[in-house]
Design a binder for this molecule. Sequence first.
Ligand code: AMP
Length: 184
Amino acid sequence: MTRLIFLGPPGAGKGTQAKNLAEFLQIPHISTGDILRQAIQDQTNLGMQAQSFMDKGELVPDKLVEDMVEERLKQPDAQTGWILDGFPRKVTQAKFLGGLLINLHEGGEKVINLDAPDAVVIKRLLGRGRKDDTEEVIRRRLEIYRDETAPLINYYSDRQQLLTVNGNQSQEEVFSDLKNIIAA
Ligand code: AMP
């Protein structure tokens, strides 16, 4: 049973790697960013509440994403494992997830920190062309990453759950490191 949380700055390649690894392991890739973007496209209530935060590169309020993740992890396809990508993004969310997994009798989740230097992630994000990839919004997302998300590295390392992979390599090299690290 594989339960993985992907951590790392925006632009480190989390989304691509999480998706490929989930396919390889035949478990769902649960990306909170993807779910929110779909909700915006479908103009659901959730999407309308999330849009203004996302456009600015701010985090969507905890309650919205926490309910979303809880509902998703309860789906039948998530009972044999999952990869979470983009959640948790702050310590309050990590604590919520810890409690939720206890309630669901799930545990043993590992956290993969996909690390890459600022200069590399900025270059990648500017080349990606997503709506929230303007220079100003990118700067704000990196600031939020540093202030809110990076503390999760210590949080999970203190709990002996953290594995680190160098994201500043080719896509193939990162994927190979990921397969090795989860097999170890
Ligand atoms: P991502 O695709 O992971 O880069 O997420 C895109 C945007 O969705 C972020 O900039 C946030 O506005 C929002 N978002 C995604 N996941 C979360 C989360 N766990 N908590 C709050 N906001 C989130």
